[in-house]
Design a protein around this ligand. Structure first.
Ligand SMILES: [Zn+2]
Length: 223
């Protein structure tokens, strides 16, 4: 694993890190850990990065998009903002959002969407990163809804679905104003949300390392 570059800084002053290929041209950006209570996404993506035999060529990797949330074990950042509702989209809305501790429970964890669209340093940095890299597509890692979410049902999504044994869906069944996906949709940037199932980190490594290493190495059929 080579050394990452720094693309920004969190509210608590932690580094926002990205592993970049040596070439200027990034086809795919993969990020994990934008929700700090989904650390399995960061662990499995990190493991995939370190499993590569060759350096990155066309893929850029952000292992932890919300390091403050990850060190605190919270969905939001250190200011209690759900970053995935804070992106500067036309549909951003100021009302707090609720979340579930576990999928079966009532939605009662209250999170802020931020003081304004794109108010948080972590979402600002991710926006600037995408605008700088101009990737052809983004893969956003989440858990534990067990699906490959792609409104376009792209060939890439179907390939991931086959590899990961997860269904392709278009939308997670509720509106997500201010989400990274909505921001990408406004820019016509394809984004695939890779939702791990509810499994142990070890099992997720076993099940998802093969697909992710192909994406990261550029040996999947799309780079
Ligand atoms: Zn998530």
């Amino acid at each position: 694993m080579s050394e990452p570059e720094i693309y920004g800084s969190t509210f608590l002053g932690q580094r926002l890190e990205i592993w970049l290929p040596p070439s200027e041209s990034v086809r795919t950006l993969v990020f994990a850990g934008i929700h700090g209570e989904e650390p399995e996404t960061s662990v499995v993506l990190s493991r995939s990065l370190r499993a590569l035999a060759e350096p990155l060529e066309r893929c850029a990797v952000v292992v932890a998009a919300n390091p403050d949330g990850l060190i605190r074990g919270t969905r939001g950042n250190a200011r209690g903002v759900d970053l995935n509702r804070n992106f500067p989209t036309r549909d951003w809305q100021p009302d707090p959002v609720t979340h579930r501790w576990v999928v079966e429970e009532p939605s009662e964890v209250v999170l802020s969407t931020g003081e304004a669209p794109g108010s948080e340093p972590e979402s600002q940095a991710l926006v600037a990163l995408v605008e700088k890299l101009e990737p052809s597509r983004v893969i956003a890692m989440h858990a534990p809804l067990a699906c490959i979410d792609d409104p376009e049902a792209s060939p890439e999504a179907h390939w991931l679905s086959e590899q990961a044994q997860l269904p392709v869906v278009s939308g997670v069944g509720y509106l997500t104003p201010g989400s990274f996906g909505s921001w990408c949709a406004e820019r016509q940037l394809p984004v695939i949300t890779y939702e791990f199932p509810r499994k142990s980190v070890e099992q997720l490594v076993l099940d998802h390392l093969p697909a992710l290493t192909q994406v990261l190495s550029g040996s999947w059929p799309f780079d």
